[in-house]
Design a protein around this ligand. Structure first.
Ligand code: SF4
Length: 227
C-alpha cells in the first residue's frame, strides 16, 4: 500500500504531475471535425468504447452533414446506421431529437452553455462538459467517466460514489487549470495500467502514493471490496 500525500489537494497535484510526465500527449480520443459531430460522438460513447464509436462515426459523418440531415432522416434508418453501438435505438432517438432542437431553438448551432446543452435529449452533465471543453473551450467542471470515477477513488482523492458527487468533490482539490486534462490523464492511465479488473500496480508510477496498491493493500478503494 502506498501512502497518499496530505492534504487531498497535495495528492491531486502530485497525481497530475506524474501522469502528465507519463502521458504528455493525453487528449480526447473521439474523432470529429465540428461541434455537432463532437456532440454526436459523445452521445454515442455512453456505455460504449471510443474505439467502436470512431469506427461507426467514420461512415456516419460521411453520410450525414449538419443538423438538418439528422433531423429529417427516418429514425429507423439512423438506428441501422448505428447498429454496432450499444443502445443504438435510444441513441438514434436522442440524436434526432437533439438535431431538431438545435435547428428550432439554437439557429442550427450547438449551444455553448451547460443549461442549454443539458436540455438536449440524451445530454447529461458529463456529455455537456465534454462538448463545452472541446467544442467551445469552456471549462466548467471535470468530466467524470468510469475511469475517473474508479481511479480517483483508488487514489483516495474522493470517497464519493456517484459521478454527480465526485465531480464537485474533485473540483475542490484539482487545480482549475488542469480540470480538462485531469480527465484525459486518468482515462489514459485507466486504459494502460489501472484497469478495472486487473490493475498493473507493479508497473504504476503512482504506486508509492496509492492507498489501493495491490502489493500491500487488501482493499480496492474503488469498490471498497477485497482485491
Ligand atoms: S495501478 Fe495500482 S497502484 Fe496504480 S493507481 Fe491503480 S490501484 Fe493504484
Amino acid at each position: 500500500m502506498g501512502t497518499p500525500l496530505e492534504p487531498r489537494d497535495a495528492q491531486a497535484e502530485e497525481v497530475v504531475d506524474r501522469l502528465m510526465e507519463e502521458y504528455p500527449d493525453s487528449t480526447i480520443s473521439l474523432r470529429y471535425s465540428n461541434r455537432l459531430e463532437l456532440l454526436i460522438a459523445v452521445i454515442l460513447s455512453a456505455q460504449c468504447t471510443d474505439e467502436r464509436v470512431n469506427k461507426e462515426t467514420e461512415h456516419l459523418f460521411a453520410k450525414y452533414d449538419g443538423p438538418e440531415d439528422y433531423a429529417s432522416v427516418d429514425e429507423e434508418e439512423l438506428a441501422e446506421d448505428l447498429n454496432s453501438i450499444t443502445y443504438y435505438n435510444s441513441k438514434a432517438g436522442y440524436i434526432k431529437s437533439s438535431a431538431r432542437d438545435i435547428i428550432e431553438k439554437h439557429d442550427g448551432e450547438v449551444p455553448d452553455t451547460m443549461d442549454e446543452l443539458t436540455e438536449l435529449s440524451g445530454v447529461g452533465r458529463k456529455t455537456a462538459n465534454v462538448v463545452l471543453q472541446h467544442g467551445h473551450d469552456v471549462v466548467e467542471g471535470i468530466v467524470v467517466d468510469t475511469h475517473v470515477q474508479r481511479i480517483s477513488r483508488r487514489l483516495g482523492l474522493t470517497e464519493e460514489k456517484r459521478p454527480e458527487a465526485i465531480e464537485p468533490d474533485l473540483m475542490e482539490i484539482v487545480p482549475e487549470d488542469v480540470w480538462q486534462q485531469y480527465t484525459h490523464l486518468l482515462i489514459d492511465h485507466g486504459r494502460a495500467t489501472c484497469t478495472a479488473r486487473n490493475p498493473d500496480c507493479d508497473d504504476c508510477v503512482l504506486a508509492d502514493i496509492c492507498p489501493s496498491e495491490k502489493g500491500d493493500s487488501d482493499i480496492d478503494l474503488a469498490s471498497g471490496e477485497a482485491w
